[in-house]
Design a protein around this ligand. Structure first.
Ligand SMILES: [Fe+2]
Length: 253
């Protein structure tokens, strides 16, 4: 498996405070069968991208050395989770914060108060910059939970979506689960990742979460979201084609 969203690096965001904890997270991921991880620290101020990249790369190299010495065989790659606001219209070099320096960029927005028009403008700007937006944990946004049609609209614009494993495992709210479940079933989501911040909540335990996923999400669909699509991101290739259905709000029993 490949985890494309993990706050793995120490002393850079609200992830681990020290390199020992980062190392333990790598060991835990390896035990779950995760072979590759994209380290995605929060980039909250796109205007300060250069100092962010410098710090991230330095942490990443140190961690790679440390896990190599410890015999942990997980491959690490650079990335970021970019908080998108009006700054993106003025900040240069946003393309440096993509996943493994390719075209795909992992983005998040305000969870509650983003206007649909503004969000669409952000998406258009990201495409103009040559990036392919991957929206992190769409199931957590209240405006997507209320309006599945908005998610369909963004998907029609070729926006991609990454679900948090925790949501699909029913470890978050009911609304998060319902949206994540529908997006996984309909092929609207392309990725499942852990969004691990620490070892505390057990979110790094991918196997435990997969066991809690609804049984009617087909094995091939899971392989696509946990391996095939993430591998295409790492290689900066187009995602393999997938059959999609329109997302519809259904009341679950
Ligand atoms: Fe995150």
């Amino acid at each position: 498996m490949i985890d494309i969203h993990m706050h793995l690096l120490y002393d850079i965001d609200d992830g681990p405070a020290d390199i020992q904890t980062s190392t333990a997270l790598c060991a835990g991921a390896e035990n779950c069968g995760v072979e590759k991880i994209i380290a995605t620290p929060h980039l909250l101020r796109p205007g300060r991208i250069d100092s962010f990249i410098q710090k991230r790369d330095e942490r990443l190299e140190r961690l790679k050395e440390k896990i190599h010495r410890a015999g942990i065989r997980v491959e690490l790659y650079p990335g970021a989770e970019v908080f998108v606001n009006d700054d993106i219209f003025y900040s240069r070099g946003l393309a440096k914060a993509t996943l493994n320096n390719g075209r795909y960029i992992l983005v998040e927005f305000d969870f509650h108060y983003e206007s649909p028009n503004r969000l669409i403008q952000y998406i258009e700007e990201l495409f103009k910059l040559g990036c392919i937006p991957v929206i992190a944990h769409p199931e957590r946004y209240t405006y997507f939970q209320r309006d599945y049609g908005f998610v369909n609209h963004l998907r029609d614009m070729d926006v991609l979506f990454q679900l948090n494993a925790r949501s699909l495992a029913s470890l978050g709210s009911r609304s998060e689960f319902e949206l994540a479940y529908q997006m996984a079933l309909c092929g609207t989501a392309s990725f499942i990742a852990t969004d691990t911040h620490s070892a505390r909540r057990g979110t790094g335990d991918m196997l435990r979460m997969i066991r809690r996923f609804p049984g009617d999400i087909r094995r091939e669909r899971l392989d696509y979201m946990l391996y095939l699509a993430p591998q295409a991101v790492l290689s900066n290739q187009p995602l393999p084609p997938v059959r999609r259905k329109r997302l519809e709000k259904r009341r679950l029993r």
